[in-house]
Ligand binder design. Structure first.
Ligand SMILES: Nc1ncnc2c1ncn2[C@@H]1O[C@H](COP(=O)(O)OP(=O)(O)OP(=O)(O)O)[C@@H](O)[C@H]1O
Ligand SMILES: [Mg+2]
Length: 155
């Protein structure tokens, strides 16, 4: 497992990190699970990655709709927010989530902890924590060869 962490003192730093990450995943895609409390900066990161790969639609939080999808860049971006499904609901869609990890697409999943078990396919886990004020820590962990390589690219 490869790890990398970065403290982003401002939203601008988060944008820079997101742009760097976007360059590493924009050709082959990736499945990314995001962890961190409410308001930590999960959606903020997804928004910047989507912008960096050329998504022209407005990226909003999928809290109420579970899934938003964007098709205006060269590969599609899927953005799940499982918060409202909680544990029981997530169980019913977890097999479907696996399909989103295959092929050239980028899939972000917020509140993946509701799945309760380890994600059984290659993915990158991002944990976002509050530091102070506008400062956030983004911690990356890669699972699988391709994902570890992406994280090496962030260093
Ligand atoms: N350095 C920073 N990085 C990311 N976000 C920041 C930073 N500084 C301030 N913010 C602000 O913190 C907020 C993060 O909210 P965001 O919607 O991304 O949280 P979330 O983790 O997706 O929460 P939820 O669980 O409710 O979906 C945004 O308003 C963003 O502008
Ligand atoms: Mg969010």
């Amino acid at each position: 497992m490869t790890k990398f962490e970065k403290i982003c003192k401002t939203l601008d730093d988060t944008q820079k990190l997101a742009y760097k990450f976007a360059k590493l995943i924009e050709n082959d895609g990736c499945f990314i699970s995001l962890y961190g409390e409410i308001g930590a900066g999960k959606t903020a990161f997804v928004k910047q990655v989507a912008k960096a790969i050329g998504i022209t639609e407005k990226v909003t939080s999928p809290s109420f709709v579970i899934l938003n999808e964007y098709h205006s860049a060269k590969i599609p971006v899927y953005h799940f927010d499982l918060y409202r499904l909680e544990h029981e609901g997530v169980k019913t869609i977890f097999d479907e989530l696996q399909e989103y990890s295959e092929g050239k697409q980028i899939t972000f999943v917020e509140w993946a902890e509701f799945s309760q078990n380890q994600i059984p396919f290659d993915h990158i886990k991002i944990n976002v924590t509050y530091e102070d004020d506008d400062s956030r820590k983004y911690s990356f962990e890669g699972f699988g060869e391709k994902c570890n390589k992406i994280i090496e690219g962030l260093k």
